[in-house]
Design a protein around this ligand. Structure first.
Ligand code: AHR
Length: 677
């Protein structure tokens, strides 16, 4: 038993002693029967959902600091065509490509630097790169002058985060034209051009591609550095795959992860990791739907793809890196595969049934990649990547947020083969956006359901699963978060988190029904929150970061607490308390004005047939306490004679349940008068 578990049990037994909780004069009794255990709670109940959204991976968790490292960002988004100024999918949905500064004739996230007499040009070439997969490359024509400099700069993902004293591994591929051999001088700089690191000098560039490597050491901390490559001689030079990684990645993995963000995630102690999406799985076109086969092997041989969240995925964090991350976290991998229907929020397309073979095989083969023998067709690739042992992938979700009979048909087609070949794999189906009826002929071991709701929705659903039909498949609540309505701001708040907590306690109480839960989305770069159609997204994230900082929202700390204190089971708890009595409202009476003058007379306070007070303004207003205004008594009338605010109070503070009557008249100004009770 962990110390954290001890704490929870300790609190329960405190109540079990029959402690009375006093609230005013009332008390409640919470009786806990430790002998009556609820259902067993899954030891891996609390997990994470890790999707490439909000630059959570590229520009976040994945260590790469150079944006558009392979110059492939100038490729048109796959499966989209250019219509009336926008890249649209076959159903007309706008990819967001142009909205986010991508261009097919420019060099996204790179800029030309020239000053003084030095000058040059930079252009993307679509062929001639280091591999067929990274065929785009950058050509620079440089003419250095006696003063000034010429070169190119990369702005990173909303700036490159550099820390004083930390080392960064630089690598780039270069080839020169004619007699160009270099040098290139590479360093990190701030926006004004001041150095933020030492320099790496590259020379000996030849006419064929060569890889050059070096190490830069940060001389100052800055979240918004840029990487500058200065050309030191006249001529042509081509660059490809320019990369900068923190020398220290999480768990020292090659092609690894940013340690501070990975550490925050590890703090959640996730029991499983659902990946890679989300909408990333289905995407906006069949061509961009997640295909893990494009994400394995050497990084420069992986095919980048336009993502549904308005940027390209480098695929640098590919299937192998996801599985390695799960293993390093001690979490079970839960892979979500494309099911042949693209995203229902992006005017979906369907893979025709007679072309579904590759879709089915992709889901099948992922199991072979993760768990097959090191000599099997796909297991060989895993072994070559340095992991001959299996990753133990036993959770497979077929599709995400798909819909209708077309989904059921495709689901069944995939499911049948998966179960025949891998009977011990647990298959999940997402019914969030389709009815149970439309999946009535489908078989699944676990049903996935997603809830993006208000605090009220979550806080009033403690008993949501008490009455659920236990014959239905158990649930995985794969995407849960307060995102809207009374949550107010989009960064989450305490109220939102407490509401999630109430709901999660209801899930624990029904641990036989709710087997797994995860929050969504997990990560967001503070400048990288992505949207669907140009409008702000409804969701926020659990963990935010920029180049040099990471922080968790209140939901992060709530879910962390639940993850660290998962009970083995709940115990029967009965709460009893007396019926609430109506709140007693009592107090004095009063008269007044806000912006006017007014007169009051014949003021009477009665209770149960008795007169508590009867005004007599014939000579004075004895007992009345004034606050502001000019109060006087004339001809039996109590008068506030100065325009503006004026109040007068009378009576006992314990007067209650009374009837107040009076005559009142506005004598100047447009508002009227005030009667206070
Ligand atoms: O978490 C953000 C998105 O919300 C996911 O990609 C998708 O599954 C859901 O609609």
């Amino acid at each position: 038993m962990s110390p954290a578990r001890n704490l929870k049990i300790g609190i329960i037994s405190f109540f079990a002693c029959g402690c009375l909780l006093a609230s005013g004069t009332e008390s409640a009794v919470i009786a806990v029967n430790g002998a009556k255990a609820g259902p067993e709670i899954n030891p891996r109940m609390y997990g994470i959902f890790l999707e490439e959204i909000n630059h959570g991976v590229d520009g976040g968790l994945y260590g790469e600091l150079v944006r558009n490292r392979g110059f492939e960002d100038s490729r048109p988004p796959e499966g989209y065509t250019f219509q009336n100024g926008k890249w649209r999918n076959p159903s007309g949905f706008d990819s967001g490509f142009t909205r986010y500064g991508y261009t097919t004739n420019g060099v996204p996230f790179w800029s030309l630097i020239q000053s003084g007499a030095a000058h040059g040009t930079m252009n993307v070439e679509t062929t001639g790169g280091i591999t067929p997969e990274s065929s785009y490359c950058l050509r620079i024509d440089a003419e250095p002058g006696a003063d000034g400099r010429v070169g190119v700069a990369n702005e990173g993902f909303f700036g490159i985060g550099v820390r004083q004293g930390e080392q960064y591994k630089l690598s780039l591929h270069a080839r020169g034209g004619e007699d160009f051999t270099g040098p290139l001088t590479v360093r990190l700089e701030d926006a004004s051009g001041a150095a933020l690191s030492d320099e790496v000098k590259i020379s000996g560039i030849g006419e064929t591609w060569q890889k050059f490597e070096g190490v830069l050491t940060g001389s100052k901390t800055d979240a918004k550095a840029r990487l500058v490559i200065e050309v030191g001689a006249k001529g042509k030079v081509w660059l490809d795959f320019v990369s900068l990684f923190p020398a220290k990645t999480w768990k020292d993995r090659a092609n690894g992860l940013r340690p501070d963000i990975a550490e925050m995630i590890a703090g959640l102690q996730p029991g499983f990791v659902r990946f890679p999406g989300g909408c990333v799985v289905e995407a906006g076109t069949v061509e961009t739907a997640y295909n893990w086969k494009l994400t394995v092997g050497p990084v420069e041989k992986r095919q980048e793809r336009w993502g549904p969240w308005n940027y390209r995925r480098t695929q640098g964090m590919g299937l192998f890196e996801y599985l390695q991350f799960c293993e390093d976290l001690g979490a079970a991998p839960l892979y979500v595969g494309f099911a042949g229907q693209t995203c229902i929020f992006r005017r979906p397309q369907l893979v025709p049934m007679d072309d579904m073979g590759w879709v089915r095989d992709n889901i099948m083969d992922v199991v072979d990649y993760a768990d097959g023998a090191a000599s099997s067709k796909w297991g060989t690739l895993r072994a070559e990547a340095g992991h001959p042992a299996p990753f133990n992938l036993k959770l497979l979700e077929i599709g995400n947020e798909n819909q209708g009979p077309q989904f059921e048909q495709r689901y069944n087609f995939i499911h049948e083969t998966v179960k025949t070949n891998y009977p011990d794999v647990t298959c999940l189906a997402d019914l969030s956006w389709t009815s149970r009826d439309s999946m009535k002929d489908a078989q699944f071991d676990i049903e996935d359901a997603h809830y993006y709701e208000t605090p009220r929705w979550f806080s009033t659903r403690f008993n949501e699963y008490d009455e659920r039909d236990r014959k239905l498949p158990p649930l995985y609540l794969g995407e849960l978060a307060v995102t809207s309505g009374d949550a107010g701001n989009l960064r989450g708040n305490l109220r939102a988190s407490l509401a999630e907590g109430i709901f999660l306690m209801g899930c624990e109480r029904n641990g036989d029904v709710v087997r797994m839960v995860s929050y969504a989305p997990l990560l967001a770069n503070v400048e990288g929150r992505t949207e669907l159609t140009g409008a702000p997204p409804p969701w926020h994230a659990m963990i935010y970061f920029d180049g040099t900082h990471v922080f968790g929202t209140t939901s992060y700390y709530l879910w962390k607490t639940f993850g660290a204190n998962r009970p083995a089971h709940t115990v029967q708890t009965d709460v009893s308390f007396p019926d609430a009595k109506p709140m007693l409202v009592s107090g004095q009476i009063g008269v007044g004005t806000w912006a006017d003058t007014a007169e009051f007379k014949d003021i009477k306070v009665e209770k149960g047939g008795q007169t508590l007070f009867q005004s007599d303004f014939s000579t004075n207003a004895a007992g009345w306490e004034t606050d502001n205004g000019r109060w006087s008594v004339t001809n039996g009338v109590y008068r506030q004679g100065r325009r503006g605010q004026g109040f007068s109070y009378f009576g006992n503070e314990d007067w209650s349940d009374y009837t107040l009557t009076m005559k009142a008249k506005n004598t100047g100004g447009a508002e009227g008068f005030l009667i206070i009770f």
